[in-house]
Design a protein around this ligand. Structure first.
Ligand SMILES: Nc1ncnc2c1ncn2[C@@H]1O[C@H](COP(=O)(O)OP(=O)(O)OP(=O)(O)O)[C@@H](O)[C@H]1O
Ligand SMILES: Cc1ncc(COP(=O)(O)O)c(N)n1
Length: 267
C-alpha cells in the first residue's frame, strides 16, 4: 500500500487540518500518517486557541515516521512559526522526502490568522524551494507573489512569478476572489487551467486541506502532476456535492461519499 504523511495542525471540529487530511487520504486509498504542528481549539464558527508543539517534538514525530514507514508523499498544511518550518525543512531534506505538497495556510475560512508574519518569510525561503507543488488560494498567492490579483490573467502572472522564483509547480485556486472553481497549474514555464463546476454549498471548511491531501495521495500512488490535480478536483467536487450540513458556521465536507458511494479510487 502507498503511504502519505500530513504535517499540519489538528482541527478539533474535524473539518480541516490533520483530520480532513487523514479522511481524504483514506478515501483515496493511501495509508495516512500525521506529524502534528499544533493543536487548535476550533469549530465551524472560529478558532479560539492554538497550542504549538515544540520544534524538537515535531522533529521527533518526523524521525519516527521516516525511519519506519517511509511516506510516498508529504502534505504540509498549517505551520505557524519559523522554528517549526525550519525543523520541517531540515527533516525533509535529511530524509530526502519526495512528492511534497505545500498548502501555504495563512488565514482560516472563519478569519483566524494561522501563521505569524515572520514565518511567511521562512516559508518562502525554506519550504517553497523543496515543494513539488504549492497550492495557494488567491489571497495567499497575493502575499507570495507580492502583487494583487483581480483577474485570470493576474492569476497566471502571480503563479508564474512564484514558480519562477521558487522552482516549484504552483496550483493557484480561483475560488476566493474570482468566484469560480477554476484552478490554474503553472509548471515548468507552462500553464493549464483545471475548470471545476461551482457547487452551491456554503459549507467549505477544509476545502484547501482536502484538495492538497488528495493531490498528495494521487502523487503517492504514482500519478503524474496533471492527473493528480485532475483527480483531486474530482474528489473535492464529490465531497462538496454530498451537501453535508453540520455546525453553526461554514461546515465541513462529507468524505464518506467516497467510501459508501460510486467514487472510484483507482484509475
Ligand atoms: N463551491 C465550490 N464548488 C466547487 N469547487 C470549489 C468550491 N469552493 C472551492 N472549490 C474548490 O476547492 C478547492 C479548494 O479551494 P479554496 O479556494 O476553497 O481553497 P482554500 O481557500 O485554500 O481553502 P481553505 O480556506 O479551506 O483552506 C479548489 O479546487 C476550488 O476550486
Ligand atoms: C488546523 C487547521 N488547518 C487549516 C485550516 C484552514 O482551513 P479553512 O480555511 O477551511 O478553515 C484550519 N482552519 N485549521
Amino acid at each position: 500500500m502507498k503511504t502519505a504523511v500530513t504535517i499540519a495542525g489538528s482541527d478539533s471540529s474535524g473539518g480541516a487540518g490533520i483530520q480532513a487530511d487523514i479522511k481524504t487520504m483514506i478515501a483515496n486509498g493511501v495509508y495516512a500518517m500525521s506529524a502534528i504542528t499544533a493543536l487548535t481549539a476550533q469549530n465551524t464558527t472560529g478558532v479560539t486557541g492554538i497550542m504549538e508543539v515544540t520544534p524538537e517534538f515535531l522533529g521527533e514525530e518526523l524521525d519516527n515516521i521516516f525511519t519506519d514507514i517511509y511516506p510516498d508523499a508529504v502534505k504540509i498544511g498549517m505551520v505557524s512559526s519559523s522554528a517549526l518550518i525550519e525543523k520541517i525543512a531540515d527533516k525533509l531534506q535529511e530524509y530526502q522526502a519526495e512528492n511534497i505538497v505545500v498548502d501555504p495556510v495563512m488565514v482560516a475560512t472563519s478569519g483566524a490568522k494561522l501563521i505569524s508574519d515572520e514565518a511567511i518569510g521562512t516559508l518562502k525561503k525554506r519550504l517553497l524551494p523543496i515543494a513539488s507543488v504549492l497550492t495557494p488560494n488567491i489571497p495567499e498567492a497575493e502575499v507570495l507573489a507580492e502583487m494583487e490579483i483581480h483577474s485570470a490573467d493576474d492569476m497566471i502572472e502571480a503563479a508564474k512569478k512564484i514558480s519562477d522564483t521558487y522552482h516549484c509547480a504552483v496550483l493557484c485556486k480561483g475560488g476566493h476572489k474570482l468566484n469560480d472553481a477554476n484552478d490554474l497549474l503553472y509548471r515548468d514555464g507552462d500553464y493549464r487551467w483545471f475548470n471545476g463546476k461551482r457547487i452551491d454549498n456554503p459549507n467549505t471548511h477544509g476545502t484547501g486541506c482536502t484538495l492538497s491531501s488528495a493531490i498528495a495521495s494521487n502523487l503517492a500512488k504514482g500519478f503524474d502532476m496533471d492527473t493528480s490535480v485532475e483527480r483531486a478536483k474530482d474528489y473535492i467536487s464529490g465531497a462538496l456535492a454530498a451537501m453535508l450540513d453540520l455546525g453553526k458556521g461554514s461546515g465541513p465536507m462529507d468524505h464518506g461519499f467516497a467510501i459508501t458511494g460510486e467514487y472510484k479510487k483507482e484509475a
